[in-house]
Design a protein around this ligand. Structure first.
Ligand SMILES: [Zn+2]
Length: 244
């Protein structure tokens, strides 16, 4: 549904951005699969389930649908920039997570700076942060071309659309950062009494039922991703409204 709506709204232009997110995320999630399988503390499988897709692609899909219905002819449309910002946040966060979990050193909490178990939300590392920046750059660089392909024959030049780049990039980084901060604060964090370690799943990978440690019960990884992509859309669209 995410793919169909995105293609219907902006043909190959909007689909280009969705595919850039999707293909690179799947490829990166396969990198170091053996190592990632040992991450018993998080509820992250290889396959993307429906909720994960909605959490990462839902905000972008709503934005591109609104763009198609309300704002289609406008080359300076805030809704297209918001669409790209949501996908930049999803890409940035996914690249950061996938590369960060492969890092040799354990990540540190974005809030306290204390070392965290690899894979737990709210942790940051140098390789993970570099990957976040790279992911946001990819979507930002593709965004002007994507809008041009989605709006054929309007006479807008690619050069004029390069002004999209910075708002989309900041939206991506902003969304990914909000993801980490929420992961370190409000996200449901649990404790396995058998392994005596923090985790995000119930039961733990060892089979033991886990206890709630902090955070909000409903603030799952999917809820955090949803909040992060909405933030990416709002930040990119907000900056674009100010500078266009
Ligand atoms: Zn355990």
């Amino acid at each position: 549904m995410v793919g169909a709506v995105t293609f219907a709204a902006g043909t190959i232009g909007s689909t280009l951005l969705l595919l850039a997110f999707f293909i690179t995320s799947v490829a990166l999630s396969r990198a170091g699969k053996k190592r990632k399988r040992r991450l018993v503390d998080i509820g992250k499988g290889g396959a993307r389930d429906a909720l994960q897709v909605l959490a990462n692609g839902g905000a972008a899909t709503v934005c591109i649908a609104v763009w198609a219905f309300l704002d289609h002819a406008a080359a300076t449309s805030v809704w297209f920039v918001a669409f790209a910002g949501a996908l930049a946040a999803a890409t940035s966060d996914t690249w950061g997570t996938e590369v960060g979990t492969l890092a040799a050193k354990p990540p540190r909490s974005i809030l306290t700076g204390k070392p965290l178990a690899t894979g737990l939300s709210g942790g940051v590392s140098a390789p993970g942060t570099a990957a976040e920046v790279a992911g946001a750059v990819l979507i930002a660089v593709l965004a002007p071309a994507a809008l041009l392909l989605a709006l054929p024959g309007t006479g807008v030049t690619l050069h004029a659309l390069t002004r999209l780049l910075l708002p989309v990039f900041i939206g991506g980084i902003g969304g990914a950062t909000i993801d980490s901060v929420l992961g370190a604060t409000l996200q449901d964090r649990r404790w396995c009494p058998a392994c005596r370690r923090e985790c995000e799943v119930d039961p733990h990978g060892c089979g033991t039922a886990t206890e709630r440690r902090r955070g909000l019960l409903w603030m799952s990884n999917d809820a955090v991703n949803f909040a992060a992509t909405i933030s990416g859309a709002a930040i990119a669209g907000g900056i674009w409204t100010l500078v266009r």
